[in-house]
Design a protein around this ligand. Structure first.
Ligand SMILES: Nc1ncnc2c1ncn2[C@@H]1O[C@H](COP(=O)(O)OP(=O)(O)OP(=O)(O)O)[C@@H](O)[C@H]1O
Length: 245
């Protein structure tokens, strides 16, 4: 059995350049399986790029990603997904022309590599957990933004993630709508899924995250207890424009 205090996901010395632009500059962090980590920071800080590097959508220019102690830096995103590192996208990307159920079934069978009966059951469970069974037979492109966000979550969940990385799942929603997703995300954490959540709606984020990372200009400038991070003068200067939240 694995040591519960060992990191489930660890990034060491990550640099990412897009031509001359250094977007991630020596980023290192590690998280345990029982953690929910929030990531905040100004626009362009590199948050989404870090998430993309962790899931394998972008290769880092230098640095190493380890999952359950194993070096996965060279593994493509599809293989990392099968192992349990799964993301949602800032702008939901449902398969149009398919129903909500079909979208989640494809995620379970393709992303999660589950066989037909198990993929079916996982899709039903994910839709149930995300409160979407009632609209399972609607075409994905006909549902509203909150339901598209729920669908994004259900698709990720159906792959059976060990680490779920959420990229502004509350983006574009009202505070009340974003709050509705909190109950589901908390339940995922309770079920043992490690959560990394990039979010600008900080008071919603902090209903789930008990550890907060602030990024600025491609670096982690603070990491720890959320209250301490939000009170950190470097965070106030970089992210909060010099004002307190
Ligand atoms: N594929 C790419 N090619 C070139 N530059 C990119 C690419 N992806 C991101 N960038 C640049 O990298 C920087 C960081 O972008 P990123 O999306 O990671 O920031 P972010 O912190 O997630 O911002 P936001 O809060 O606005 O989503 C930005 O300057 C962005 O323009």
């Amino acid at each position: 059995m694995r040591d519960a205090s060992a990191p489930i996901l660890a990034a060491a010395g990550i640099r990412k350049r897009f031509d001359a632009l250094v977007v991630l500059d020596d980023v290192s962090f590690a998280m345990r399986a029982d953690e929910a980590v929030g990531i905040v920071g100004p626009n362009g800080a590199g948050k989404t790029t870090l998430l993309s590097v962790l899931v394998g959508a972008h290769a880092p220019s230098t640095g190493t990603i380890r999952f359950r102690g194993e070096d996965v830096t060279a593994l493509p995103a599809a293989e990392r997904c099968r192992r349990g590192i799964v993301r949602t996208h800032q702008i939901p990307r449902p398969f149009i022309g398919m129903t909500v159920f079909e979208n989640v079934f494809v995620a379970a069978s393709s992303g999660g590599a589950f066989q037909r009966d198990e993929a079916y059951q996982r899709a039903i469970d994910a839709l149930s957990l995300c409160g979407m069974l009632k609209i399972a037979n609607r075409r994905a492109e006909t549902v509203g933004l909150l339901d598209r966000k729920r669908l994004e979550l259900a698709r990720a969940l159906a792959t059976d993630p060990a680490v779920l990385l959420l990229d502004e799942i509350g983006g574009g929603l009202t505070d009340a709508e974003a709050g509705e997703l909190v109950g589901t995300i908390r339940e995922l954490k309770r079920r043992g899924i490690a959560i990394v959540w990039i979010e600008h709606i900080v008071h919603v984020l902090l209903k789930v995250a008990e550890r907060l990372i602030c990024m600025d200009a491609g670096r982690i400038i603070a990491d720890g207890d959320p209250a301490a991070v939000m009170a950190d003068p470097a965070v106030i200067a970089a992210y909060l424009g010099g004002s307190t939240p």
